[in-house]
Design a protein around this ligand. Sequence first.
Ligand code: HEC
Length: 113
Amino acid sequence: MRSIPALTAIALCATIGAAADAQDLQSTRGLAATCAACHGPDGVSVGGVPPALAGQDKAELLQRLKEFKAGTRPATVMHQLARGYSDEQLERIAAYFSAVAAGPAPAAPRAGD
Ligand code: HEC
């Protein structure tokens, strides 16, 4: 019987976590947008340079970002950029890009067309 309150607590935490995720989505999009200048809209880069982020494994993305931040992964710009984010923000960014479908970004509508 002792395990039932524990399970309830776990279920409650999961529910609260999901609600927090939904609230965080908007701010995570904002964080991820700062990567778009180089990695392309939603992390789908043109020609793979720099590497596309969309659809990559979350754990791998996070690992690379943390290595950039720590300075242990060779980089031209990413080591400087990664230092601007907390570990918690990097985790959210990694989760965001891993959830985005890889592939060409839809063409942006152009004004005047
Ligand atoms: C100024 C351009 C620029 C911006 C902005 C930028 N990146 Fe990068 N990124 C690069 C380049 C260039 C590389 C290749 C490594 C290097 O030379 O620094 C790279 C590499 C990476 C890699 C390694 C990918 C792989 O498969 O090896 C990850 C992960 C990454 N960037 C994530 C991000 C995230 C997340 C953001 C936004 C917070 C971001 N980058 C913003 C230019 C940029």
